[in-house]
Design a binder for this molecule. Structure first.
Ligand code: AMP
Length: 182
């Protein structure tokens, strides 16, 4: 499977802005809006993802709310694969499966529609999100994909925060591809 070389990684990484102390003190927020509003960088990223996954037999691409939706949906359009949203509680209107996961302080919940995979058994699903930190969101998302009858064949992130070791945890559940690491 193709990956980016160091020069290509640096090019993309330089299009992501870091905002200190957002949304609270001590957090270095990685702001991907500066990649999204850069026409060349966005199409470079999508070309790369399209190349990487064009020969993978995918039934669905799932995106985690909310920034995961952006990349997942754009890749769906490139690959002509249907999209499945994984959402915060009480947003999905039909019957859902839920998964609660731990945050640094407290917990959070994600949901998926019970019929998200349209009755396809063992649907092959690519999970996409903008960033992996502790891995909590991605692990909960993989669990939801399983509950709905799918299998997460890979999870793909634009950015991995290496110190938080989320990829290590997630790797025991599914294959992981992080395009950029900091
Ligand atoms: P985690 O569940 O800890 O892996 O966190 C991943 C989720 O939180 C992703 O959906 C990110 O959008 C968001 N997130 C966590 N840390 C940051 C950060 N430093 N900058 C931007 N988004 C973040």
């Amino acid at each position: 499977m193709i990956t980016l070389n160091t020069k290509e990684q640096k090019y993309l990484l330089d299009t992501i802005r870091t905002i200190a102390d957002f949304p609270k003190k001590g957090i270095q927020f990685r702001d991907i809006t500066t990649l999204l509003n850069n026409k060349e960088a966005l199409s470079f990223l999508l070309n790369h993802l399209q190349e990487r996954y064009k020969n993978t037999k995918l039934d669905f691409i799932a995106g985690a709310e909310s920034r995961g939706f952006i990349f997942a949906a754009m890749l769906c359009a490139r690959l002509n694969v249907p999209f499945v949203p994984i959402r915060k509680p009480k947003k999905l209107p039909y019957k859902t499966f839920s998964c609660e996961y731990e945050l640094e302080y407290g917990s959070d919940t994600l949901e998926i529609h019970q019929d998200a995979f349209n009755g396809i058994s063992n649907a092959k699903v690519l999970l996409v999100d903008d960033l992996i930190a502790t891995g909590g969101t991605a692990i909960a998302s993989c669990e939801l994909i399983q509950k709905a009858g799918g299998q997460c064949i890979e999870s793909c992130f634009l950015l991995e925060l290496k110190d938080l070791k989320g990829v290590e945890k997630l790797s025991s559940i599914t294959s992981v591809y992080s395009i950029l690491q900091i």
